[in-house]
Design a binder for this molecule. Structure first.
Ligand SMILES: [Zn+2]
Ligand SMILES: [Zn+2]
Length: 333
């Protein structure tokens, strides 16, 4: 069973999930050609290769168009199966704590078509995917036992995808991870100092300077952040203050978001080798009242350089492309 271990000295948290090593990896087996649709566990006709769905969206003809299944190789133990919140099993005076890693881990199959790029979806199809993100985040928030939900996508072999067929993942955790907590702490502090949302102020500054803006339309702003970790990193935020993605989600907001996000991702995919990137959806935690000082966002992190010693030791990244140049390039596509 996956275990969550925290080292008190470094504050590092790791989930030890040896079952994950059993995952199939199409990219390793055959780096250039992903497996045929006939053998793909995410393609229609092969539904028996995944656990039963927890949620499905259907088209007019009753065929599924988005499908959510529990991860077959979960990094977390389902709270329904294990019966509740994490057990504290700290082995004092050892320098570490070890809990059962409890939470949800789901796979969101984004299309019934065997495609491997987000830009191969239409903007409408991307809206259906975003609706599914909102639906599943609301589901786990309402469950009441979990504190934090993250939706992410690893697209392409360089971003950690093990199956080519377009999919995202959702994890819901019983506690806010320490890296997220550190940002929340800074955001709250910044709000207290100036009595306004720090993310709104950042947007205001980006919109004034314009040098790092990629797109600014339909209520969303996409820009290359001032301290981008990777070349062509893009953040996308709602232009008006909005703490929670899933609470703000409606047909109207998600239609506009799908349109802008589709545009940004298509631009990124045309630049980034093999279209490899990570998408992170950072929405408000569920048990902290941060409505005035947190602002949700999507981060798009192209995977160009691999993460190596310096990054692992210090958290300091070296980015060879200035975000101003990256934004200019993305704007002009
Ligand atoms: Zn497939
Ligand atoms: Zn804000």
């Amino acid at each position: 069973m996956p275990e969550q271990r925290t080292d008190w000295l470094t504050g590092r948290t790791v989930i030890v999930a040896e079952n994950r090593a059993l995952r199939p990896n199409e990219f390793e087996a055959d780096r250039n050609i992903s497996r045929a649709a006939s053998a793909c566990p995410f393609c229609p006709g092969n539904e028996s290769l995944t656990p039963p769905p927890e949620y499905e969206q259907f088209d007019d003809r009753g065929r599924w168009r988005v499908r959510v299944v529990p991860n077959k190789f979960p990094a977390l133990n389902n709270p329904v199966a294990t019966g509740g919140p994490p057990v504290a099993a700290a082995a004092e005076p050892a320098a570490a704590t070890c809990n059962l890693a409890i939470g949800a881990h789901e796979v969101i199959i984004e299309s019934a078509r065997h495609i491997d790029r987000t830009s191969a979806l239409t903007a409408l199809e991307l809206r259906h995917v975003l609706e599914t993100y909102a639906e599943r985040l609301r589901h786990w928030r309402n469950d009441g036992r979990l504190a934090y939900g993250l939706v992410f996508k690893n697209q392409g072999p360089r971003a950690g995808a093990s199956i080519a067929h377009l999919h995202s993942q959702l994890v819901a955790l019983p506690a806010v991870p320490s890296a997220v907590e550190a940002e929340l702490h800074r955001a709250k502090h910044a709000f207290d100092e100036k009595h306004s949302c720090a993310y709104c102020r950042m947007l205001e500054q980006e919109r004034t300077e314009r040098a790092r803006i990629v797109l600014d339309r339909d209520g969303y702003v996409a820009f290359c952040p001032f301290a981008s970790l990777q070349p062509h990193e893009v953040w996308l935020l709602p232009a008006n203050h909005e703490p929670s993605f899933e609470r703000a989600a409606s047909v109207d907001t998600l239609s506009r978001l799908a349109d802008v996000l589709h545009d940004v991702i298509a631009r990124l995919e045309s630049i980034v080798p093999a279209g490899s990137f990570n998408l992170l959806l950072r929405t408000a935690p569920w048990k902290i009242d941060c409505d005035t000082w947190f602002h949700w966002r999507i981060e798009l992190l192209p995977r160009v350089n691999s993460i190596a010693g310096l990054e692992m030791a210090t958290g300091i990244y070296i980015n060879p492309v200035a975000p101003e140049r990256a934004a200019l390039q993305l704007r002009s596509l």
